[in-house]
Write a protein that binds this ligand. Sequence first.
Ligand SMILES: Cc1cc2nc3c(=O)[nH]c(=O)nc-3n(C[C@H](O)[C@H](O)[C@H](O)COP(=O)(O)OP(=O)(O)OC[C@H]3O[C@@H](n4cnc5c(N)ncnc54)[C@H](O)[C@@H]3O)c2cc1C
Length: 235
Amino acid sequence: MTTISCNVDVIEALTPTVNRVVLTPAEPVTFESGQYLQLYLSDSDKRPFSIASTPAQPQLELHIGGAVADQYASQALAHLLQQHQLKQPVQAEIGLGNAQFRADSERPLILVAGGTGFSYVYSIAQSIAATKVDRPVFVYWGVREQAALYHNATMQQWAAQNSKYRFIPVVQQLDESWQGRSGMVHEAVLEDFVSLEAYDIYVAGPFAMAGVVRSAFIEQGAHREHMFGDAFAYI
Ligand SMILES: Cc1cc2nc3c(=O)[nH]c(=O)nc-3n(C[C@H](O)[C@H](O)[C@H](O)COP(=O)(O)OP(=O)(O)OC[C@H]3O[C@@H](n4cnc5c(N)ncnc54)[C@H](O)[C@@H]3O)c2cc1C
């Protein structure tokens, strides 16, 4: 874990409630794909955000928000916006978490994101493509409504790179214009795999989702030691 200072270079809307934030660290930083940083709002208020970019990229990307605007995200964004306008840096701890991508495993992969948990999955998916991982990789992204799939096209392109990669967006609310999967994201995974025994499984999203995933996936054969998600430590 290292404390770093970063300029806030970009804050832009991905959806009406989710923002993309780009930070430029004052010095080169070390972390692994799938780790998170803690943004300092004050000395006693540090908030975790998954890093959407990869260690190979010079800037740090965050996706901040959620389906429902809440203070967790809005206070962090207000701080970032203030520092951006004042041209002052923000402080963060980086290289946190134990749910980073295990590149040395031989097992096929299932990545499951709920809402802005996509940030975590996006970092790992980009590293998989960049290092040409040649194992089956299934990326599931569950959102409440279609409009929240802010990187749908990017992920469709990602899946087109390798015949072993699949991207499965899952929209929770009924929507006549949506042709894809619907319901809760964990239900789609449970429908698609008779057994989850063979897989490495990476998970990020609301705590309630992480809890359901953990118990339901283990019941369907997943090994706890092959399931990775920093939310598990909070529930
Ligand atoms: C280590 C860590 C990293 C974090 N990183 C970020 C970050 O990068 N950005 C950020 O904004 N916040 C982050 N948070 C805070 C928090 O995890 C997010 O605010 C939260 O995931 C946002 O969810 P959402 O509103 O986008 O999802 P929602 O829109 O609430 O849910 C999305 C989907 O998840 C599934 N789901 C939701 N609830 C349930 C349920 N009860 N049962 C089953 N499935 C369900 C459904 O498929 C649903 O469509 C982080 C927290 C921690 C601890």
